[in-house]
Design a protein around this ligand. Sequence first.
Ligand code: AMP
Length: 182
Amino acid sequence: MRLLLLGPPGAGKGTQAALLSEKFGVPHISTGDLFRNNIARETPLGLATKEYLEAGELVPAELTVEMTRNRLLEPDASNGFLLDGFPRTIVQADALASILAELGQGLDAVLEFRIDDDLVVRRMLARGRADDSETVIRHRLRIYHNETRPLLDHYADRTASVDAVGDVAAVHQRTLVSIGAS
Ligand code: AMP
């Protein structure tokens, strides 16, 4: 099971990924969590990326790709993974294709979580994370629409769309249906 989770910030990708990770026994790899963990530990990567996260900007591709590549090379990812928050650009998608080719692996499916921007803003303000001010959230949504949504065309042949509005269990059920695993 090698899945990508796409969707705007605040669509609940992380929550759904955690449920899928438990169900399928493959690691949930969130690049946002990896960055936040490095920032909390004040590693060189954390120090180099803190400002980007605070401003809601994308971290430069080289740093992001290297971090993700290292994570995908860890043994627990050899039988599958749920990649949450990567790729976010076509450049990153091309880098992922190279990494997977190097590993002799392929992607099974891409899940798109669909939700309206205004609902995202309301959800994220309620969540109250450090990078969750309304200005930063709107900025992140703009980046999502401009840079990340083109990936839906890029992966059109293997993308399933899930309505991300509703409670966690209902969205989980829809997700399983969309990948034929219910
Ligand atoms: P997330 O937890 O996925 O919403 O990511 C939080 C923040 O981490 C983003 O706003 C970016 O600053 C950074 N980030 C996470 N994934 C990526 C990525 N694939 N490319 C660049 N920046 C990223």
